[in-house]
Ligand binder design. Structure first.
Ligand code: HEC
Length: 409
């Protein structure tokens, strides 16, 4: 969208280097890669590319962590990995997270060079509607479905208003997010939201992300100047519908490689032009674009798709589209911001503080003690206590909460 001539030139250059290195003679014979028609994705062998989508699996193997996104299993031994902008170990990448992977793909296998994991938002649960499968966090409606991965709780009905959650998923323009992962977090953490800037007012130092008003007068800013349409991650404190930013980071998807596989919700669909936008990237449909699990006629704003294709002259040309379905949303009434509730002290945290803290260490949460560090040892907790440990007895519900708490710290 915001491709300047230079950006286009750079994209084209990367595309040429990326896909044509092994076929240089061919590309030259065709008079430069821009005119080669972009059939590189079907060439055999490894193709450089980018994949954006939900982490379906993350398993450790003798050759390192393997992460599956868009049906491609990526090895990560050589990767640089970030989670919400911070360097992270591959094992931290979990199912349901949204990841952008660059690297190379050969059929079902890939080798990741970079893995960037970015959550959609983190904030306190303001409302829960278990019947409708939704909750409100930072004034945004978060929808869960059978595929949503939960961590720290087993589902929506066991969450409480006031708990802190991090949500990964697919947002639409109205602030409704289809959650692929919901994880219970410590209540003391800052709130954040990821999304495109709109209504930027550089005098009042405010902008909007979907339906959230941001006040950035006291924030640490990125090097780039802020502009409408730019995707940013804003961290801060949320009260009464306003996120008072402490820091803002630009989050940019670089589609400069040849092959691309993107999963997301269709926006800006233009049937006449045969174009739509996915993760801010313009997608071009052609007469040879093929469709599975659905038809071309089902493409509409808000429909979830997985698009495979090639970046040609900065434009992502769709070769194959898997129509994963309308996200089935009822029309939502506008959300009135509510006063954030008082934070809930997680039951697992309370149980730890009262019964275990005196002896044990727990990650960074509790660094003093003589007994083993319980971080990540949730699976041992129940058995240990049930057979009798230091005369402690806890209900099975508290043991489950305790296990989740020690795993999260
Ligand atoms: C009075 C001190 C004390 C208290 C209180 C205590 N523990 Fe322990 N715990 C120990 C010691 C010492 C060990 C190591 C020896 C053993 O395994 O019994 C241990 C071991 C464990 C282990 C095994 C760790 C491993 O790496 O194998 C688990 C799990 C555990 N405790 C959980 C708990 C939980 C959960 C609580 C609170 C509900 C708790 N403990 C309370 C002293 C304590």
């Amino acid at each position: 969208m915001e491709n300047t001539a230079i950006n286009k030139y750079i994209s084209k250059l990367f595309f040429c280097i990326g896909t044509a290195s092994m076929m240089l003679a061919l590309a030259l014979a065709l008079g430069g890669c821009g005119s080669s028609g972009g059939t590189s994705g079907t060439a055999s062998g490894s193709t450089p590319g980018v994949s954006i989508g939900t982490v379906a699996k993350s398993v450790s193997s003798p050759s390192g962590q393997q992460i599956t996104v868009n049906n491609v299993i990526f090895t990560t031994a050589q990767s640089s990995i970030t989670v919400n902008g911070d360097p992270a170990a591959a094992a931290v990448v979990k199912p349901g997270m949204q990841a952008t992977i660059t690297g190379s793909v050969d059929g079902m296998n890939g080798s990741a060079v970079t893995v960037e994991v970015e959550g959609e938002l983190e904030g306190m649960v303001e409302q829960i509607n278990s019947g409708a499968g939704s909750m409100v966090v930072l004034g945004q409606t978060v929808l869960v479905n059978a595929q949503t991965v939960f961590e720290g709780t087993s589902g929506l009905s066991l969450l409480s208003v006031g708990q802190m959650v991090e949500v990964h998923g697919f947002p639409d323009a109205t602030g409704v997010i289809e959650a692929t992962r919901v994880e219970v977090k410590m209540s003391s953490r800052p709130n954040y939201v990821t999304g495109p800037i709109s209504n930027l007012d550089t005098v009042a130092k405010t902008f909007t992300i979907r339906t959230i008003s941001v006040d950035y007068s006291g924030a640490r800013l990125p090097l780039q100047t802020l502009s409408n349409g730019q995707t940013v991650k804003v961290k801060g404190a949320y009260t009464n519908g306003v996120l008072t930013a402490t820091s803002i980071r630009a989050h940019h998807v670089h589609l400069d490689h040849g092959h691309a596989e993107l999963e997301g919700l269709v926006t800006d669909y233009d049937a006449a032009a045969g174009t739509f936008t996915l993760h801010g990237q313009p997608v071009q449909l052609t007469s040879t674009t093929s469709y599975s699990h659905g038809a071309a006629s089902e493409i509409a704003n808000g429909v979830k798709v997985e698009v495979k294709g090639d970046v040609i002259d900065g434009v992502f040309v769709a070769r194959k589209i898997d129509v994963e379905g309308d996200h089935g949303l009822p029309v939502h009434p506008p959300i009135t911001p509510v006063t954030p509730p008082t934070p809930v002290t997680l039951p697992g945290r309370a149980a730890y503080d009262a019964n275990c803290a005196g002896c044990h260490i727990l990650g960074n949460y509790d660094i003093s003690g003589f007994a083993p560090n319980l971080s990540g040892k949730g699976s041992l907790v129940s058995d240990k206590i049930v057979v009798g440990h230091k005369g402690i007895s806890l209900s099975s519900q508290l043991l489950t909460a305790l296990a989740a708490f020690v795993n999260a710290n």
